[in-house]
Design a protein around this ligand. Structure first.
Ligand SMILES: Nc1ncnc2c1ncn2[C@@H]1O[C@H](COP(=O)(O)OP(=O)(O)O)[C@@H](O)[C@H]1O
Ligand SMILES: [Mg+2]
Length: 229
């Protein structure tokens, strides 16, 4: 079943979008979203919340978090550490926005298209907004590398072996298991192109095993917005 964009937006109508953080995503969004359409689970990273759809495995709903919690030193009196809710400001989006890491993914997807590399990125699209908060969908990954990581391979499929085999490789932040899979599907030349694109766009620092994965059995990038607070 395909769940239409408008149905998704309507299902989020009762959610609260003010000062949205990783910590309050469950109580402000998940507890109020309409479970006729949404599956009974969600995920969060540092800068986005993710809702999974019921009976629709084609996409997920991604909601950019506007704030993050941080412990900061309060100078008053004897001083003490305090939790503060701070707006994100490190996402330099093409529309001037500096907090929306989903929007940044849309921008990067467009750049990847210009470079002919978009098939390695799950497509992210803005579908509208609810109470002025932008809402996005992204093609769904079948799984993250974290979920399917096979540690038994690490001895034979480590980074030193990879570098010995392929001179051009410099993807030190991406797990070799995913890199081997990428090369077996697309070849080393494509990997080098992707690697150069990631480095030029400063996207190579946050591609840990929960940000990369597989769709239709092939390696893809899930979270390619990097992260700078
Ligand atoms: N398109 C997707 N398909 C499946 N799972 C996803 C998808 N996007 C995100 N997730 C899950 O949600 C988590 C958080 O999303 P992510 O884009 O990494 O946000 P953040 O920028 O906050 O780290 C991911 O680590 C992954 O487990
Ligand atoms: Mg992430």
């Amino acid at each position: 079943m395909i769940i239409e964009d408008q149905m998704i937006l309507d299902s989020l109508d009762d959610c609260i979008f003010e000062e949205l953080t990783t910590e309050n995503f469950e109580s402000l969004i998940f507890d109020y979203c309409n479970l006729d359409f949404f599956a009974n689970n969600f995920a969060t990273g540092a800068s986005k919340g993710v809702l999974f759809l019921k009976d629709d495995d084609s996409k997920v709903v991604k909601i950019p978090l506007s704030h993050y919690e941080s412990e900061v030193w309060n100078d008053e009196g004897e001083g003490n550490w305090e939790y503060k809710v701070i707006p994100f400001h490190g996402a330099s989006c093409s529309n001037g926005n500096s907090w929306d890491y989903c929007r940044l993914e849309c921008d990067i997807y467009e750049k990847a298209k210009e470079a002919g590399l978009e098939k390695y990125f799950l497509k992210t699209q803005c579908i509208g907004s609810v109470n002025s908060h932008p809402i996005y969908t992204q093609e769904k990954a079948d799984n993250t590398l974290f979920e399917v990581k096979n540690y038994a391979y690490d001895g034979d499929f480590g980074l030193p072996e990879l570098k010995k085999k392929h001179e051009g490789i410099d993807i030190y932040m991406i797990d070799p298991q995913w890199v081997y899979d990428f090369i077996s599907f697309y070849g080393i030349d494509e990997l080098v192109k992707l690697q150069d694109f990631l480095r030029e766009n400063k996207l190579d620092r946050d591609l840990h095993s929960e940000n990369i994965g597989y769709r239709d059995g092939k390696p893809i990038l899930i979270d390619y917005s990097d992260y700078h607070n």
